[in-house]
Design a protein around this ligand. Structure first.
Ligand SMILES: NC(=O)c1ccc[n+]([C@@H]2O[C@H](COP(=O)([O-])OP(=O)(O)OC[C@H]3O[C@@H](n4cnc5c(N)ncnc54)[C@H](O)[C@@H]3O)[C@@H](O)[C@H]2O)c1
Length: 255
């Protein structure tokens, strides 16, 4: 296998749908062996089978990132199949496939708030905690956490989601400082509003299209628009970059 990630092993959480699926394909296309770690087992299997049909190496592992035992099994399966972990993309979240309510701040149920934090934040911590020992042992690793442009701009609804994505920024910076001594880079990508839904209805297309008007590059954002940033942070080209957040949104939020 050739490519910028030849011989590397990458775990993509939430890799069974939407943008995570595009990350899995992009990393595999650069030569990485890919673990599709996803709560939807059927979707994980479909993506892994698709990658294999294209001549790439991939496995599907049904994973709930909020569950420590499930995350430990994800790492174990990766090691059994591929023997190492070089790249972890912490992409799984409650967002579209596992939907959230887009309610005002005082109408969100406590259970939904707690589950949002358990998946979007604790899940990232658990996956990193399980993968890092295997990166540290080899003195090299790449962790890429997915935030959102909403964490930088704010949003007039779904405060639980936006709060979780703002937490990803602090998580990234702290983990980067803790792991730099081990040669592990920790970075963050913050996508803008992206047409990631597999069968979008008219209202979703309208919402995603409206975001185009806020951008310097005025068009609808697609999952493929974010893949280059992920491959960059996964590759040796970014070996001296850590703790950073790269906004990929066509120039809506400039910071
Ligand atoms: N689409 C956008 O506009 C947008 C914008 C900014 C950031 N993001 C972020 O990008 C990432 C991907 O979003 P998407 O648009 O593809 O939406 P999505 O909902 O399709 O993707 C999330 C994936 O995570 C999986 N998942 C949910 N709970 C899980 C769990 N407990 N364990 C494992 N997997 C789980 C889902 O099944 C899905 O495959 C998310 O982190 C999202 O917050 C999306």
């Amino acid at each position: 296998m050739t490519g910028r990630l030849a011989g590397k092993v990458a775990i993509v959480t939430g890799g069974g749908h939407g943008i995570g699926k595009a990350y899995a394909l992009g990393l595999a296309g650069e030569g990485a062996k890919v673990v599709v770690a996803e709560i939807d087992a059927i979707a994980a299997g479909t993506v892994a089978a698709d990658l294999k049909s294209r001549g790439f190496e991939a496995i599907a592992v049904r994973t709930d990132v909020a569950d420590p035992a499930s995350v430990a099994a994800m790492v174990e399966r990766t090691l059994v199949s591929f023997g190492r972990i070089d790249i972890l993309v912490n992409n799984a979240a409650i967002f579209a496939t596992v939907p959230m309510s887009r309610s005002p701040f005082d109408e969100i149920e406590i259970e939904e708030w707690d589950r949002m934090m358990a998946v979007n934040l604790r899940g990232m911590w658990l996956a990193s905690r399980a993968a890092v020992p295997h990166m540290r042992a080899r003195g090299y690793g790449k962790i890429i956490n997915i935030s959102s442009g909403t964490a930088l701009k704010g949003s007039a609804s779904r405060i639980h989601y936006v709060t979780s994505k703002a937490g990803v920024l602090g998580f990234t910076r702290t983990l980067a400082r803790e792991l730099g001594q081990h040669g592990i880079c920790v970075n963050c990508v913050a996508p803008g509003s992206t047409l990631s839904e597999e069968n979008p209805d008219e209202s979703i297309v309208k919402m995603r299209s409206a975001a185009a008007g806020e951008r310097a590059l005025q068009r609808v954002q697609k999952p493929e628009d974010i893949v280059g940033a992920i491959v960059f942070f996964a590759s040796p080209e970014s070996d001296f970059i850590t703790g950073q957040t790269l906004v990929v949104d066509g120039g809506a939020c400039m910071h």
